[in-house]
Design a protein around this ligand. Structure first.
Ligand code: URA
Length: 198
């Protein structure tokens, strides 16, 4: 029963959650993946950044955002004093909605999201971030249960399970649409202000 599975996942501690994801065969993506991509960073960080799904580089390395979009993400995070290699209030935990790469980077399918998102929910519950940055349509849909476009959701503070959520463009989108980088900077500033006023 799917509800049993979600309840089991919701009771796992961090190491068991990692092991469960590494062995996951809950959807067809397990057949084409090279590595699962659990997440990276300090699991007690104040900031949590959530993307869509591993791409080619991430699938090879088993780490999120290590390709071109990840380099842009790292630069943006550095600019606000955050890094995946630091801890606590300078740290950030980075994860995706899907833990396995969709073939040829196609969009996640609804049933893949349904099977995989209990892992993300448990990650958020265990990290207990002070702020979540939801990057792109799939992170936003999963956390906020809305189909509203990013452009209409950004610029204000949303909530997921009580945690403030800032909606912003996915860095892969920014690579194709650099004119929207200014809006993403504004979103990062809103995230900083929101953490400071919590
Ligand atoms: N895009 C994502 O959404 N996540 C990654 O890990 C890499 C690219």
């Amino acid at each position: 029963l799917p509800d049993d599975r979600a309840a089991r996942i919701a009771a796992l501690d961090w190491p068991s959650l990692q092991e469960t994801v590494a062995a996951c065969e809950a959807c067809g993506l397990c057949r084409s993946r090279r590595h699962t991509v659990f997440g990276v960073g300090d699991s007690q960080a104040d900031w949590m950044v959530i993307g869509e799904a591993p791409g080619e580089q991430e699938d090879l390395k088993g780490e999120p955002f290590v390709g071109p979009a990840g380099q842009l993400l790292d630069r943006m995070l550095h600019a606000v004093g955050r890094s995946r290699t630091e801890g606590g209030e300078r740290g950030v935990y980075i994860a995706n909605v899907l833990k396995c790469r969709p073939p040829a980077n196609r969009n996640p399918q609804p049933e893949e999201v349904v099977r995989c998102e209990p892992y993300l929910r448990r990650q958020v519950a265990l990290v207990q971030p002070k702020i979540i940055l939801a990057m792109g349509r799939f992170a936003v849909q999963s956390l906020l249960r809305t189909d509203e476009p990013i452009g209409r959701l950004r610029g204000r503070v949303h909530r997921y399970e009580g945690v403030p959520v800032i909606v912003t463009y996915h860095p892969a989108y920014l690579l194709r649409n650099p004119a929207d980088k200014a809006k993403s900077w504004a979103d990062l500033c809103l995230a900083m202000d929101t953490v400071d006023t919590q």
